[in-house]
Design a protein around this ligand. Structure first.
Ligand SMILES: Cc1cc2nc3c(=O)[nH]c(=O)nc-3n(C[C@H](O)[C@H](O)[C@H](O)COP(=O)(O)OP(=O)(O)OC[C@H]3O[C@@H](n4cnc5c(N)ncnc54)[C@H](O)[C@@H]3O)c2cc1C
Length: 411
């Protein structure tokens, strides 16, 4: 029997970790909670960073929690501290400052860090930016004010956000990506063309099927990038959106199971007793699709945080949700719901493109497994999204082709 109050340690104070801490405190007024982050800030909204980048909102609006919020709830927020080791036998974590913190229950909510640009010249210059943290964003804003040209590189959501930020701030912007169109994991050539047309309206120069081969510097800052196809593109600054690597290295020398992410069941428990994972870093069992997967969305991390906080405090709730990623896309919107995976051989798809508002187009793509709607991608008008989310949730079967095609028109 435990003779002390329960000790919770949470690694990562993103939305998953901070929400879990809040839920733990609600469920257990006497426990101790240590919440670690290598960053200097309490929880802020990563989803708001693009709007901060564009100058639409100020830094204050990005912050979600302050230090007083943690104090009021007796949550020990340990900032600028990297957790470097986990010892699951002794149930203790170690920080980069050499401190040891014992736990009864541990949550790993470490998210992921951006992949850097690895080409000749990249290590020798300043002003090549990833875009994941508040500090990244502040540095980019500072450099944008003194730049005329920029390259946004990659086919990910982050590369688009960088491109949007550069274009809105009136830099001469080139969007360079290796793939034949943006968001190849979910879109198709038609959807890619819809996105290109929107970006072009904002004066962005788009190049597909090419890669940065070298960054050519002048006085320690980028001058231009050379591409594999022999292009030379002027760039006072370069924004990198080449995906993220999930922060699983911390558990490398432990028995905790890792595949893409930290493997957990539908209760977000790992294979090691007392150890949980949540948010982007969790490869969780998703009953809606009957398999494990990772999901890099705010809503998913928030729901994970609530659920894992409940379960760590003795509850037993299974995770069941339809994650939705919504974001502005230049002057329209994009929504990705559920499993929207173009390369997945288990899925069949239907798509429709039609004229939309402001001279843009609407594009809708539906993903089916066994004639059930499992994923939706919408660009342009969001009308019908909520109904489609409900249909995904209900796991209704749409036996005939006309039934499935009718979903393209749901408003
Ligand atoms: C620019 C940007 C725009 C986005 N836009 C959208 C959007 O429009 N819609 C959407 O749904 N999602 C969006 N996302 C994704 C969304 O923000 C993430 O899915 C969500 O923030 C993940 O939360 P998390 O708590 O799992 O991890 P994170 O927010 O990544 O938090 C993990 C924290 O743990 C820290 N950490 C890691 N390892 C350690 C360690 N060893 N010791 C101490 N601390 C550690 C990290 O530095 C980080 O602070 C966006 C992300 C970015 C970067």
């Amino acid at each position: 029997m435990t003779t002390h109050e329960k000790r919770y340690v949470i690694i990562g104070n993103g939305v998953a970790g901070t929400t879990a801490a809040e839920t733990l405190r609600k469920n257990d007024p006497n426990c101790s909670i240590h919440l670690f982050t290598n960053e200097p800030y309490p929880l802020y909204n990563r989803v708001s960073l693009p709007r901060f980048l564009q100058g639409v909102i100020v830094e204050q609006k990005v912050m979600i929690r302050d230090l007083a919020w943690h104090e009021q709830r007796n949550i020990q927020l340990v900032r600028e501290t990297m957790v470097t080791e986990i010892h699951t036998d002794e149930r203790v974590i170690v920080t980069d400052k050499g401190e040891h913190f014992p736990y009864d229950s541990l949550l790993i909510a470490t998210g992921g860090w951006a992949n850097p640009l690895r080409v000749p010249g990249a290590d020798d210059v300043k002003h090549i930016y990833n875009f994941v943290t508040l500090d990244d964003t502040k540095s980019i804003i500072e450099r944008m004010a003194e730049s005329r040209t920029a390259v946004a590189y990659g086919g990910s959501f982050i590369s688009y956000e960088l491109c949007d930020g550069f274009a809105v701030r009136k830099l001469d912007t080139t969007w360079l990506m290796r793939g034949p169109y943006w968001l190849r994991s979910a879109l198709d050539p038609d959807g890619g063309e819809v996105v290109d047309n929107i970006a072009k309206k904002f004066g962005v120069d788009i190049i597909h099927g090419d890669e940065i081969a070298e960054v050519v510097p002048k006085n320690g800052v980028p001058s231009y990038v050379k591409t594999r196809q022999g292009r030379e593109i002027q760039a006072d600054m370069i924004g990198i959106g080449l995906g993220i690597t999930l922060n699983t290295h911390l558990v490398a020398n432990t028995p905790i199971e890792v595949r893409n992410g930290i493997v957990v069941n539908e209760y977000l428990e790992s294979n090691v007793a007392g150890v949980y994972a949540a948010g982007d870093v969790a490869e969780f069992f998703d009953a809606a699709i009957d398999r494990h997967h990772t999901m890099g969305t705010w809503d998913n991390a928030l729901s994970h945080g609530r659920l894992v906080g409940t379960n760590m405090a003795g509850g037993r709730q299974a995770y069941l949700d339809v994650p939705t990623y919504t974001s502005p896309l230049f002057d329209v919107n994009i929504a990705v719901v559920g499993t929207a995976e173009s390369g997945n051989p288990e899925l069949t798809t239907l798509a429709r493109r039609e004229p939309g508002e402001k001279g843009n187009e609407n594009y809708r793509k539906l993903f089916f497994r066994d004639n059930k709607l499992v994923g939706v991608l919408m660009i342009g008008s969001p009308k019908g999204r909520k109904k489609l989310v409900e249909i995904v949730k209900n796991q209704q079967v749409h036996e005939t082709a006309p039934e499935r095609e009718a979903l393209l028109l749901v408003k």
